[in-house]
Design a protein around this ligand. Structure first.
Ligand code: NAG
Ligand code: NAG
Length: 365
């Protein structure tokens, strides 16, 4: 039997909050709803921000979703691989990031807010490109396996410390990091993660399911403090440093432009076929090769929902565990947040969206 809450959309809750707020604040215009017009985020209700989408002909700013639902706060106790998480592609490649080497940067940007803000908004997966640079490990959006001043962002430890601070403050949250790994300095990655204080949350590679079995439940992972999953694209790091080689644990369909062709969802060449059952995690890439801020809201509207259906079929009816996007907050309303909620609803309780699932008695917040 399906246990879905009937009519449990934000609507009723909003009206309730609205009615409560009137006597308290006497501001009848407060708590503007999704899609209402706005001039700043303060005009919009909680979890919303003030966005726009000129590429869909919407010239006036309006309230759009800006925060993910944390699925474990509604349904807990299931294996980690039953959940879908929002992931930011090149989480570090942030518009307006300071120029630490003094050189102008010549590269593409993929996000607009800090990693701390991304995590606070419910992003639980970060894609980071790591390089040897200036006798340290840096995050760079570069090419040919080498970082230059003009493609550099910041020392990796800065971002990893943001992750550490978030995980320490939020002891029941699980975070996944996927490294595009160009680091050759011996034990360089091991050192930077441990210097950031992240080794205490490390999920041991020897405990990762290797034959497509279920992962432990999210509750077990939290109880054991195995809350940080790190994957590298460099296969030698698994035996060398105990860092999981991504392609042993995960299938991934094609990224970049081939990943956004409607009706097609092919695996990228490093990945096993999407319908392979020998990996229990599935990452769905959904971003064009060249990121364009003003186009992202269009990409995150109906084409994303359609693609989610296509990839679900290609993967043999498996729902993605990670949906990786650029400019994650951009949408024409619900965006990637709604898509992830629908995926979680389907896989966690068989309901149309996760907010319709009945709260499980064992839920932790
Ligand atoms: C890169 O930046 C550093 C300062 O951080 C500077 O010392 C170095 O000369 C720069 N390299 C080039 C090639 O501009
Ligand atoms: C190798 C593999 O699994 N490829 C599949 C990727 O998805 C498309 C459908 O979108 C299938 O046709 C391929 O077989």
């Amino acid at each position: 039997m399906k246990l879905c809450n009937r009519g449990a959309d934000g609507h009723r809750i909003f009206i309730l909050l609205f009615l409560i707020s009137i006597p308290l604040f006497f501001i009848p215009t407060a708590n503007t709803q999704l899609l209402d017009s706005c001039s700043t985020a303060a005009d919009c209700g909680s979890g919303l921000y003030c966005g726009n989408c000129p590429s869909l002909g919407k010239t006036q700013p309006f309230c759009t979703r800006g925060q993910a639902t944390i699925p474990t706060s509604i349904v807990s106790g299931l294996p980690f691989n039953k959940y879908t998480w929002l992931m930011t592609h090149n989480a570090f490649s942030i518009v307006d990031a300071p120029l630490l080497t003094g050189s102008q940067r010549i590269t593409f940007y993929n996000q607009e807010d800090s990693v701390t803000n991304q995590l606070t908004n419910g992003v639980r997966g970060l894609m980071l490109d790591m390089y040897d640079f200036q006798n340290d490990i840096w995050l760079c959006h570069s090419f040919r396996g080498q970082c230059y001043n003009f493609t550099s962002f910041e020392p990796a430890i800065n971002t990893l410390k943001e992750v550490e601070a978030f995980m320490t403050k939020n002891p029941s949250e699980i975070v996944t990091i996927i490294i595009e790994d160009y680091v050759h300095s011996p034990k360089g990655l091991t050192r930077v993660f441990s210097d950031a204080g992240l080794d205490k949350y490390w999920y041991p590679v020897e405990k990762m399911p290797k034959k497509g079995q279920n992962w432990p439940t999210v509750n077990d992972m939290v109880q054991n403090n195995h809350r940080l999953l790190v994957f590298t694209s460099d296969s030698s790091k698994e035996s060398g440093e105990g860092i999981a080689y991504q392609w042993r644990y995960m299938v991934e369909n094609e990224s970049g432009d081939p990943g956004v062709v409607p009706g097609s969802c092919s695996n990228r060449k490093e990945s096993k076929p999407l319908n392979s059952r020998s990996s229990s995690l599935f990452l769905m890439n959904y971003f064009p090769t060249i990121p364009v801020q003003n186009e992202a809201c269009k990409e995150h509207s109906s084409p994303l929902a359609d693609m989610a259906g296509t990839c679900y079929k290609s993967a043999g009816n498996v729902i993605p565990n990670f949906v990786a996007v650029n400019f994650y907050m951009r949408s024409d309303g619900g965006g990637v947040f709604d898509v992830v909620d629908r995926m979680n609803g389907q896989s966690l309780c068989g309901c149309s969206t996760v907010t319709s699932c009945q709260v499980s008695p064992m839920s932790f917040s």
